[in-house]
Design a protein around this ligand. Sequence first.
Ligand SMILES: Cc1cc2nc3c(=O)[nH]c(=O)nc-3n(C[C@H](O)[C@H](O)[C@H](O)COP(=O)(O)OP(=O)(O)OC[C@H]3O[C@@H](n4cnc5c(N)ncnc54)[C@H](O)[C@@H]3O)c2cc1C
Length: 468
Amino acid sequence: MSHTHAVVIGGSMAGLCTARILSSHCDRVTVLDRDTCPAGARERAGVPQSRHVHALLVRGRRELNRLFPGFDTLMLERGAHEIDFGNDFAILRDWGWERRRPTGMLTLFASRNLIESTVRELFGKLPNVEIREQTRVTGLSMAATGPPRINTVHLVPRDADEPTSIRADLVVDASGRASKAPNWLQELGIPPPPETIVDAHTGYSSRWYQAPDHLPKDWWWKGVWLDLKLPEHPLAGVLFPVERNRWIVTLAGVSKHYPPKDEKEFTAALSQLRSPVVADAVRLAEPISSVYAYRKMANRFRRYEKWKTRVDGFIAVGDSTCAFNPVYGQGMTTGTLSAGALDECLTKYGPTHPDLSRHFFKAQAGVQAAPWGLATGADFSLPTTEGERPKGARLVGPYMNALFMAAIEDMTLRRHVGEVLQMLKPPSSFFTPAVMGRVAKGTFRRWRRHQSEQPAPPAMPPTPMPVV
Ligand SMILES: Cc1cc2nc3c(=O)[nH]c(=O)nc-3n(C[C@H](O)[C@H](O)[C@H](O)COP(=O)(O)OP(=O)(O)OC[C@H]3O[C@@H](n4cnc5c(N)ncnc54)[C@H](O)[C@@H]3O)c2cc1C
């Protein structure tokens, strides 16, 4: 290992995972963040999305545990809930209540604050890393000679009026979906990478509650997921249990049907969901926050892998390259997978190799393609979604609907869908002859039984809900 210094801009989930990998390949890693890192699982200004529900997928849990051994143990000690979504959630889909079935895929339900603070604590134990808080990055510079190479980061540190700078052998942008890196590159005369945006005009409103100590005996569920159903029910609603016996309740709307920001209207909107189960639950709970709103949730892919300009010494990771409509909860997990891709590239090329950026961007785009396809595919099922529709979207949308319908009764398919949604298998696995055959069989069965004439589902989740 030569004497190398890597600088990571942004000390959030993607930044910390990337910095963890860099710590094995560089002598020194410095993480810069404009925020103060709170002690413990507290909110901070730089990640306003932490006020909203965050699902950590099975794959993400696995990867975080691999990057930060001890993560799981600490999370469980600190009150994260271990949940089998197929068994422990009351889930109301378009067609009715999903039947309970243990999947053996256990996810952690916790606040994003707890996830990030646990990762940060474990990261801080590494010997060759430093997090510089209250340090805002304002630009980049290139080496004066040789091929274009970023080698300096400009910043305004805490308690200082004057900007200063630090040198780096490798600079990583992990400053999130609102990253200014494209502007910083432009200031150096480097055209930024092309960008693809797919916007379903989605919005969240969330409120936190202290859950009651005792729940009605027949409530078998630990969480609730109510899909929307257009046009009568334009809002979806979820209740996620998090540490310290709290619930986060999030309302989500699409196609500019934004959920209310006002407390009274939020409570009223809960009663208008497709089932009163969430409204009933919060009636027993104590609100412990105001209503938080989030609106900038378009899918945004900065295509660094298609970047014509070759700039060494610079890579970008996480939401700063590819941010999703969070409906499938893929952001944090995809960040861990980018870190894995970087590990492979660093092992092969080392941190200062001129080909590192090019190879990494290609590898990372490969990792991001599947979650991007899933998130934008779902959004393109709405006619109001803006963005360039990929070729084949018209065929894939109806096939995916048929697949989800067939998975209601076909437990092999249902497990497969679960594995794809937990990012354990790629969505391309939906297109094998075996899976397509099952979808065709299921569709034929439903057609024979005239499923479309089925009665409306009951308002409340059936109690008891038999486990199939
Ligand atoms: C409403 C919502 C719900 C979501 N739900 C889920 C979910 O259920 N599951 C899931 O996996 N993902 C979810 N995500 C995505 C998830 O939050 C992100 O993918 C995850 O936080 C990783 O992002 P990141 O580290 O790339 O960037 P961010 O978390 O946005 O962090 C960027 C960091 O950069 C710092 N920064 C920014 N600019 C500068 C600067 N100039 N100088 C220094 N520091 C800077 C910020 O302070 C911050 O710490 C959701 C996102 C949203 C918006």
